[in-house]
Design a protein around this ligand. Structure first.
Ligand code: MN
Length: 195
């Protein structure tokens, strides 16, 4: 069965439906209208071992901003909801992920407080049909709505496709570790008693 959630959100800019199972196997059905963003969400699901259904109908006639940002908001909400009480979770996760020339560090703390530290420079404005500025917008929205602390840093890399893909995979792999249930963890892993 697993830890699951379903979130829908409709505004004048986007109409989004997301279903997530964080105890999944990486099965992903995604349609956002931005091919490269779909590719990133697929990699995120695959390497997080999350099952994700995500449909976004956004105002792409404007640009990709609302589509990507709002997808981050909704996926973050769904992720937090699926996590539930956070009892028994590992809480922290990190990953140094290579992809050809690119090397990206990610670290997460499922802390209940949102934070994004982001240092992922790109040499190009676009990757396919995705504006590279929107990579940060996605992760900011996701960290904000899921209330996690997220650090992303490029160590190396020149190819924008590789840098972005390494970042999504590194975050996914970090989250996969952080949400894992450890039977030795009694209750919520915080000395405060709450996350
Ligand atoms: Mn690729």
């Amino acid at each position: 069965m697993g830890r699951t959630a379903e979130v829908s959100r409709k505004t004048k800019e986007t109409d989004i439906k997301a279903v997530i199972n964080i105890d999944g196997s990486g099965i992903c059905n995604v349609s956002t209208g931005i091919g490269f963003f779909d590719h990133m969400i697929s990699g995120f699901a695959k390497h997080g071992l999350f099952d994700i259904d995500l449909t976004v109908k956004g105002d792409l006639e404007v640009d990709g901003h609302h589509t990507v940002e709002d997808a981050g908001i909704v996926l973050g909400q769904a992720f937090a909801e699926a996590l539930g009480s956070k009892e028994g979770i590992t809480r922290f996760g990190d990953c140094m992920l290579p992809m050809d020339d690119a090397l990206v560090l990610a670290a997460v703390d499922i802390s209940g407080r949102h934070y994004l530290e982001y240092d992922l420079p790109f040499d190009t404005y676009m990757i396919g049909d995705l504006d590279t500025q929107l990579v940060k917008e996605f992760f900011y929205a996701f960290a904000d709505s899921s209330k996690i602390n997220l650090h992303i840093k490029k160590i190396n890399g020149s190819n924008s496709h590789h840098i972005a893909e390494a970042a999504f995979k590194a975050v996914a792999f970090s989250l996969r570790k952080a949400v894992e249930i450890n039977p030795r963890v009694a209750g919520v892993p915080s000395t405060k008693g709450t996350l």
